[in-house]
Each structure stands twice: as C-alpha cells, then as structure tokens.
Design a binder for this molecule. Structure first.
Ligand code: ATP
Ligand code: MG
Length: 312
C-alpha cells in the first residue's frame, strides 16, 4: 500500500517536472493567424462546449454564466449544465433558486427536462447537486439515469455550456472528452499557466483531436493577455504539436466580485463594465466562423460518447 502511494507521488512529481521543464524551454513566437469560414446553419446540431481549468477559482463559473447570457443576447438558445458535482454554484451566480437538480435525476426522481430552471433572458440551467460523489463511483443505475436523460435535451438548445470543476478527475475528463469544444480558462499567474498546461497535456494524451480554446481571465491589459496566451499556446504547439485556439481575454474588474456578492451576473448588473464588454467580445468570437471547425455533433453524440466513457 505504501509502495503504491510512493509510486503515485513519484509519478505526480515527474509529470509536474515535465510540465515545468516544457514551460522553461519555451521561447515567445508571434501567434499564427487563422482564416475564417462559413458559420453553422441555425438548424444545425447543438454545440456542446465544456468550460474547464487546471487551477481552481480562475473564473470558470463566472465565464459560463455571463457567456451564456451574452450568447442569448445574440439570439442563441443557451443551456448551462452545472457539472461541478462537488461544489455546484452556477445557480447562485445566476441568482436563481432551482427546485430540483442533478441529484434528483441521479436518484431517478426527475428527468433532466423536469429539472431545467429558467433564468434571465431565457437562459436554461441544469443545476448540479452539491456533494454528489465522483460519477465513476456512483451506482450504475444512477449513471444510467443521468446519461439516458441527456437524450431528452436534443433540439432544445443551440448551445450547451458545461461548467466543470477544476483539475482533471474522471468526471471532468469525461465531460471534456465528450464535448465538441473545450474552453480552458487561465489567469496570468504562473501556477494557473502551469496547471492549464498540465490539463491540456492530459487532454491531448487522451484525445489529440480535441478542439481547445483558451480564455485568459483577470488580466491587467491586452498585452498581459497576449503574453500569457502566447506562452501556453506556443508550449503546447512546440512540445505536443497540439493547436490551441486563442479565444480572447477578460480584464480584471472589481465589478465581477461586486456582482458575485449581489448574486447577479455582471453582464446584467454592470452591463457597461470592462468585464461585460470583454465577454460580449468573446461571445462574438465564439460565434465567428472558423474554417478548421467541424460542425457540432449534437446532444445525441455527446450522450453516446458519455455512455461509452462510463462503459454503459
Ligand atoms: N474578471 C474578473 N475580475 C475580477 N475578479 C474576478 C474575475 N473573474 C473572476 N473573479 C473572481 O474570482 C472568483 C472566482 O470565480 P469563479 O467562481 O467563477 O471561479 P471558478 O473557476 O468557477 O472556481 P471553482 O474552481 O471553485 O469552480 C469570483 O468570485 C471573483 O471574485
Ligand atoms: Mg466554479
């Protein structure tokens, strides 16, 4: 048992060292410009986007909720799934009080459709139940209740944004692998960059064809965002040959914390704030057509991949 623990500790140390070495060896090179292509048609499949980070507390839930509202303001039907099963809190940031959540779905008491809470601007929320243990450790029946319910969401939304917990446990990895796209949130702090690279590396090792975009949050200015993004993107390109898209940045803005305290999304509470401006710009970027982008595979495919990953 002690041997096993020691082996795991050594493995974790080696991975951390590899990540740090890769980052140290990196040299700044200007970003590559990408071409534009056709946008998806309005009746195409639901686009499933998972939001994640290496380090915790970097702004995933704020990004998810406010991005959801910004996309809704652009005419998209948006649904948020709070998949941070340990510490679900998207409902708190959105200022809604869901009557039911994923816990009721897992227990077979409600279907996913029945637990949808409607927030501002028609935003739909699938609330996560706090304190739910790792999906992988749940009884098979409970995982089945969740996975089969996902199929009901087909046709209900244009975009499904999944807010995950930080780091890479099996729950998070499953959602990342099953989604069409992954948005990695990072801040300019060296620890956040190292952890983001570690996450990207693990994702690449499991699924090299993953479609990843980077958002740098809490930056002082555009230059800081550029330096941070370039560092991470170039290291991933150089050491993994893994292309990461540069979605953009969100400025560090006290309006975010003030809005969180009043339990209202900053996009609604402070619509003219710097952070709100940045998120509107990012929403435009996310809807911008990209030539290399595959059309979304939809909720059905998401559902099929999740089933497979949980070996149902
Ligand atoms: N752009 C920003 N400007 C200023 N403060 C910010 C910004 N983004 C996030 N914050 C601060 O960081 C806190 C954490 O944000 P959030 O809850 O969205 O992070 P998270 O990544 O979802 O955390 P967790 O890993 O715990 O799920 C917010 O409550 C807010 O105080
Ligand atoms: Mg969160």
């Amino acid at each position: 048992m002690r041997d096993q623990a020691e082996k795991l500790r050594l493995l974790a140390q080696t991975i951390k060292q590899q990540v740090e070495d890769d980052l140290k060896k990196h040299v700044l090179i200007p970003p590559v410009k990408k071409n534009k292509g056709n946008i998806f048609s309005k009746d195409s499949n639901t686009r499933v986007i998972a939001v994640t980070s290496g380090k915790g507390g970097v702004g995933k839930t704020n990004f998810t909720v406010n991005m959801g509202l910004a996309l809704a303001a652009r005419g998209q039907r948006v649904m948020i799934m709070d998949a941070d099963l340990g510490l679900a809190n998207a409902d708190v940031l959105l200022g809604v009080t869901p009557q039911f959540n994923l816990y009721h779905v897992l227990k077979g008491e409600k279907s996913i459709k029945e637990i949808i809470t409607y927030g501002p601007q028609g935003l739909m929320l699938i609330a996560g139940g706090s304190g739910i243990q790792e999906m992988a450790n749940l009884p098979r029946k409970e995982i089945e209740n969740f996975v089969t319910g996902l199929g009901d969401l087909e046709g209900m939304t244009d975009i499904l944004i999944i807010d995950t917990g930080a780091g890479l446990n099996r729950n998070v990895l499953t959602f990342l692998l099953a989604s069409d796209e992954v948005v990695v949130i990072c801040t300019p702090e060296p620890t956040a960059i190292t952890d983001a690279y570690g996450l990207v590396k693990s994702l690449y090792q499991r699924q090299p064809e993953s479609n990843v975009h980077l958002v740098v949050n809490r930056v002082e200015n555009a230059e800081e965002a550029d330096i941070t993004a370039t560092k991470l993107i170039m290291v991933a390109e150089r050491f993994l040959q893994f292309p990461i898209g540069r979605l953009g940045y969100i400025l560090d803005d006290p309006s975010v914390t003030k809005a969180v305290k009043s339990q209202e999304p900053f996009l609604l509470k402070y619509p003219k704030s710097l952070a709100a401006n940045c998120v509107h710009r990012l929403a435009g970027q996310l809807l911008e057509p990209r030539e290399e982008q595959q059309p979304p595979s939809g909720v059905k495919s998401f559902f099929a991949k999740i089933s497979k990953l949980f070996s149902l």
